[in-house]
Structures are given as C-alpha cells and as structure tokens.
Design a protein around this ligand. Structure first.
Ligand code: NAD
Length: 384
C-alpha cells in the first residue's frame, strides 16, 4: 500500500505532512511512500533525506495522487489534482471542513476524506493524533517571541545603574492550548501576565502558571452552561460579552503586549478587542491576533499583516504561526498523522498478501467516524 505526500500549494505554508522520520516509521510498517519533489524543502527536509528514509520522489502532485492509496497533506489537495482522484482513495489533512468547497468533489469521486481538526479531543486514545493541540502549543510559544520582537522594550525587570526597567505587562485572551503555552513562555521571559477565558476551569490553570486571572462576571445560568460543555467554549450571552468587553478594556489600557487566541471551530472567531479599547492603549504596545485567519479577535487585524494604528499600537495578524516553526511543527504533525493512519489498518484477508496490512475503514469507529467528512460517495459533515 502506498502513502503519498504532496507539497502545500500555498506560498505562505512551510510545513510538510510527513517528515523523513515519519517515512521511516511507515516503511517499517510495510508501506511504500512517495513524496512530491520539494514538499519538505521549506521545513528543511530535502528530497535526499526522504530518499534516504526509503521514499520515492515524484515530480508532480498529480503523480503522487495517482500513485497513492492514502494521500497526506497539510491543508488540502491542490485543485489541479482532484480530477485524478479515484474511488477508495483516502485523503488525510487539516481540510478546514466548514469552509472547504471541494468536499462535494471528494464525495463524488468516492474518496474518503479525513479532516484532522474534527478529532474528538477528550478521547484519551486520540490524544497522540491531536493536530490542533500539537500546532497550537508551538504557536502559543512563538506568538510571545513575535510580540517580544515587535515590542521596543524588554520583557524582564532589570535593575541597572542607569535605572530600573519595569517588566512588560502581558494579557492573554483565550487560554486553551496556545494561551497556556503563551502564559508559560511570557513568564519564562520575565513578564507579568494576566489572562481570561470564558471557561471558568481555565482560572486554576492560569494561576498554576503564575498568571493573574481576569474575572468576567458570570450568571448562575452561564456557570451551569460552562460546566455542561465539558470544558469547551460555550456561546456567551450579550450581557457576558458586554462585561467581558469592560474587563478587557480596563486590562488593555495598561497592557504592553496582548495575545488573543480565541477560535471556535467552524465559526467566525469572537471579537474580543474593540477599536475603542485599542484607541486607549499605550503607543508602542503590541497586539498579536492568533485568530486573524478566521475573522480575528481584534478589530482591524488583517491576516499576515502588521499594521500600526494612529495611536502607535502595533496589530499583528498572525494567521499561521505554526508555519514559522515549520521543522518542529511538521515533526509533530507527521507524528499525529502516523498515529492516525496506523488506526486505519487491519491484517489483510487477501491470501496473496498474508501478513500485510490492509485499509480497514470503519465509520462505526469513534475516531474515524468523527474525522471522515466524505465516505462512499456521501458528504458526512454535521452542520454547525
Ligand atoms: P481554541 O483554539 O478553540 O480556543 C482557544 C481558547 O479560547 C479556548 O480556551 C476557548 O475557551 C477560548 N474562547 C473561545 N471563545 C471565547 C470567548 N468568546 N471569550 C473568551 N475566550 C474564548 O481552544 P483549544 O486550545 O483548542 O482548547 C479548547 C478546549 O479543549 C480547552 O478546554 C482545552 O483544554 C481542551 N482540550 C482538551 C484536550 C484533551 O482533553 N485531550 C486536548 C486539547 C484541548
């Protein structure tokens, strides 16, 4: 059985779906692997490293698609390759299922497409396949470094003979995987950190990392709702949104750095920082909007652009931070994919290939069933 790796057809994506180490693991399991020439180059994985790991190199994405039973990708297949898909092929990637306009084509072609973002994250056996966590963890770390680079003062306190340097005040909005890593990184750099999230459970995690919890008042009804969502984001009331804006407004007036991470799968990111608040912020302060690619938490942020407001605030629209750490992000992403792909296999019942593994697609399996957005001609994506 052959697994293919295609190159991202997007100049702003430096990651690759499988690394040479992942190829070695798959070769040991008995797979053949074909890699599009140059697919790993931006992550510092040259074709020669893939060849040394036992992969063949193909000159085009179409060649990879026509040869492979399982096609791995960071995001999606290049448009030019979809005509070459045949029934029974498997696509594995971060397919952005709620905005993906190619799913009908995948279904019509009879391909099974797995969108890795839909992983049921509370399942313990799924944790080593969790691409959102592996990428968000690195992104949270790098967001702080981006902020430190944009900021014209240091993060730690310094006592010098020329005077005392005050530590930077960092505010993190949205304390999931990325937010927690951002808190830990900002603390390591010596900043004073405050953070908020609409999940009350995040308070303890913020405090355990040495951050101060920014509390937004919550009605008994909302506290109940927050509990019932099992630790995931819930839809806040208008009153909560108003109270949250007031808490954010007060905190940001004194902040030097703000990092926002709040995203809602399949929906527009919530607006957490409004123009009126930004207008009160100090000149030289920096906002890193990690949700810039899905609508933005910060008013006025633009994906992959840095803008300076009239009052001297820098707004960085950081749409794809994991790509900036392409080598490490690819390593972890590839591990996630190998862990998932190995669950698709069962010993072959074909006598000619006894002892070999065969694809065992099973929509009753809680992981496969959750990730498959097309299968046997059907579109399986649940509405949001
Ligand atoms: P995410 O990227 O979806 O969002 C980031 C954070 O923003 C979340 O903490 C979310 O609660 C918060 N947020 C969303 N809307 C908000 C709003 N309007 N105001 C304020 N904050 C808002 O989050 P994530 O990093 O993917 O994590 C989501 C949840 O999944 C967390 O509870 C996390 O602990 C949990 N998780 C569990 C597992 C596991 O059990 N294996 C693995 C990973 C994540």
């Amino acid at each position: 059985m052959k697994i293919g790796v295609i190159s991202a057809d997007n100049a702003s994506e430096s990651r690759v779906a499988l690394t040479p180490d992942a190829v070695k693991k798959l070769r040991k399991l008995g797979f053949d692997v074909v890699v599009q020439s140059g697919a790993g180059e931006a992550a510092y994985y040259a074709d020669e490293l893939y060849q040394a790991a036992g992969a063949n190199i193909a000159m085009s994405s179409t060649e990879v698609v026509t040869q492979s039973q399982i096609i791995t990708t960071v995001h999606d297949l290049p448009a030019a390759t979809t005509d070459s898909l045949t029934s029974g092929q498997v696509i594995v990637g971060m397919l952005d299922p709620y905005r993906n306009t190619r799913l009908d084509t995948y279904a019509a072609k009879g391909a099974t497409a797995f969108a890795m973002e839909l992983l049921p994250r509370t399942l313990s056996r799924a944790q080593n396949m969790d691409v959102l966590s592996s990428q968000a963890n690195l992104a949270g770390y790098k967001a702080v470094l981006l902020a430190a680079n944009e900021y014209s003062r240091p993060f730690p306190m310094f006592m010098t003979s020329a005077g005392t340097v005050k530590p930077a005040k960092v505010v993190i909005l949205g304390v999931g995987v990325a937010g927690l890593q951002a808190i830990a990184t900002a603390k390591r750099l010596g900043a004073v950190v405050e953070a908020s999230d609409l999940r009350p459970a995040a308070k303890e995690q913020v405090e355990s990392l040495g951050g101060k919890w920014l509390d937004v008042p919550m009605s008994a009804d909302e506290a109940q709702k927050a509990k019932a969502t099992g630790g995931y984001a819930w839809t806040p009331s208008e009153q909560y949104i108003k109270d949250q804006a007031a808490v954010v407004d007060k905190a940001l007036t004194n902040a030097d750095i703000v990092i926002t991470t709040a995203q809602i799968p399949g929906r527009q990111a919530p607006r957490l920082v409004h123009g009126a608040t930004i207008a009160k912020m100090k000149a030289g302060s920096v906002l890193i909007d990690m949700a810039a690619g899905t609508g933005g938490n910060v008013e006025g942020s633009l994906p992959d652009q840095t803008i300076t407001t009239d009052n001297g605030v820098r707004i960085v629209g950081a749409a794809n931070i994991p790509s900036m750490l392409a080598a490490q992000s690819s390593d972890l992403y590839a591990n996630n994919l190998v862990n998932f792909i190995t669950t698709l296999l069962a010993p072959s019942t074909d006598e000619a290939s006894v002892d070999k593994l065969a694809l065992n697609l099973d929509m009753a399996d809680e992981i496969q069933g959750a990730l498959a957005v097309t299968h046997e001609g059907q579109l399986r994506l649940a509405k949001r």
